[in-house]
Design a binder for this molecule. Structure first.
Ligand code: ZN
Length: 370
């Protein structure tokens, strides 16, 4: 029975591959979906879960009891885990591993948002609690009930801490029959080799601009005039595009402002002062914006490569940065990407924003002056 894909935008190659596997009865027990945020990894994984747990003939139907229970997160054969920023009130006092009632409520709240819209972005910097993994292990070892399948989706598999990863590995090594685990990551390099080696890997690329624009038109029918600009700013990520449509006018201008400071030749003292003011005004209140800027720099580097090899490179964000990056050698651009990735790691560890941006800006200067 073919899979009735309804909600995942683009990614036709991967959809086709799963449609064929299902038709041939060749279902793996562990998959790793890799790709940047907002390109549809979770959406496609959720549609697969619905397919296996749907009780109708046209699967998934989104209407039967099975589909509804998955979407309400009350299906006992479905688990979805994702990184969250748990605070002390979410943990039981004196036992940092155990989630309090407030912790489980927090999971339920965030879960509702993710299931309502699979492209709803996760907040950066979270982690998966080990107790949540243990709950999943129990569900798997209990075995499937009605449908015959148990489906587990774990998002942000690269963020698992050692203890959670160990708790999960046993299940991944010896999964009971009819269990499907779908692991999601933005960075395949960050996934433990012991996890990677047990999975079939699917790499998700950017969503094509025409698919992205069509989906934005469907979601925001009155905002036609914003759509071409947002499509080009969101680097093929529907999650980013929705976030930009929803609220983040100031986020865009912050990216442009940083590119101007970092890439425009200026007196070093002026540049340092401009940077300090920028961090204070734009980033100190909004942690996620720092991550967004560094990600935008990495994207810009990718498009600089594409440009070199003759692609139309439609997604170029900042002409100042683009002009500058295109004059660098491929090795220099690689160095810029490496510095940006280091900055992301520092931000995830909650290093001071000003320090991260001063270091990154200095590295850029060093690389482009060599
Ligand atoms: Zn159904």
């Amino acid at each position: 029975m073919a899979i009735q894909w309804r909600r995942t935008v683009g990614q036709d190659r991967i959809k086709g591959s799963f449609s064929r596997s299902v038709a041939n009865g060749q279902i793996g027990h562990a998959y790793l979906f890799a790709g940047k945020s907002g390109v549809g990894k979770f959406s496609l994984a959720l549609e697969l879960a619905l397919y296996f747990l749907c009780e109708s003939t046209q699967k998934p139907c989104y209407e039967c009891a099975g589909c509804r229970k998955v979407l309400a997160h009350s299906h006992q054969d479905f688990r979805y885990l994702f990184p969250l920023n748990f605070s002390t009130e979410h943990k039981v006092k004196g036992n940092a591993q155990k989630l309090s009632d407030a912790g489980w409520d927090y999971i339920a709240e965030e879960m509702k948002k993710r299931l309502r819209d699979p492209y709803y972005a996760l907040a950066p910097g979270g982690s998966i609690s080990v107790e949540w993994i243990r709950d999943m292990n129990q569900a798997i070892s209990r075995g499937a009930s009605g449908s015959g399948w148990t489906v587990v989706i774990i998002d942000g598999i690269d963020t698992l801490r050692a203890e959670s990863a160990n708790a999960m590995l046993k299940t991944l090594e010896e999964p009971p029959a009819n269990t499907i685990m779908i692991l999601l990551t933005e960075s395949v390099h960050g996934v433990l080799p012991t996890i990677k080696s047990r999975c079939q890997i699917h790499r998700f690329g950017s969503i094509e601009p025409e698919h992205l624009a069509a989906e934005l038109n469907r979601r925001f029918p009155d905002r036609g005039e914003d759509i071409p600009r947002i499509t080009s700013l969101s680097y093929g990520s529907l999650g980013t595009a929705i976030a930009l449509m929803d609220h983040d006018e100031t986020g865009d201008s912050a990216i442009a402002r940083w590119f101007d400071i970092a890439f425009s030749p200026a007196d070093p003292l002026d540049q340092a002062l401009a940077l300090e003011m920028f961090v204070e005004q734009e980033l100190d209140k909004d942690f996620s914006r720092g991550m967004k800027i560094v990600n935008a720099l990495i994207e810009e580097c990718r498009f600089a490569f594409l440009h070199r090899y003759g692609s139309g490179a439609e997604y170029i964000f900042s002409s100042v940065a683009a002009t500058r990056l295109r004059t660098l050698s491929p090795d220099d651009v690689k160095q810029v990407i490496a510095s940006a990735e280091e900055a992301l790691i520092s931000l995830k560890k909650h290093s001071p924003m000003l320090m991260v941006f001063v270091n990154l800006t200095l590295k850029l200067l060093e690389i482009s002056n060599e």
